[in-house]
Design a protein. Structure first.
Length: 81
């Protein structure tokens, strides 16, 4: 059950990042979708979607690896005195 929940948690940001890549690609080819007025606005929205999706995915993996102790010393959480 925990693996299914983790899969769903990672699926949503993955789809967000994939949608961002699609918006950026389509704006480079001049295909503009209806909620966007111009191609550059679509590109910026796609870039934001891609950055948020990838950032969440990377943060999730870093958090998981910190819990299991699989990170290098520079990425390990520092203890507060």
């Amino acid at each position: 059950m925990a693996r299914l929940a983790a899969f769903i948690v990672l699926l949503i940001p993955g789809l967000l990042a994939a949608g961002g890549i699609k918006f950026m690609r389509d704006s480079l080819y001049g295909i503009v979708f209806s909620p966007f007025i111009q191609s550059w606005i679509q590109f910026i929205v796609g870039l934001i979607m891609f950055t948020l999706g990838l950032g969440f995915f990377a943060g999730f993996l870093l958090h998981r690896d910190r819990k299991k102790g699989r990170v290098q010393e520079r990425f390990a959480k520092k203890e507060k005195p």
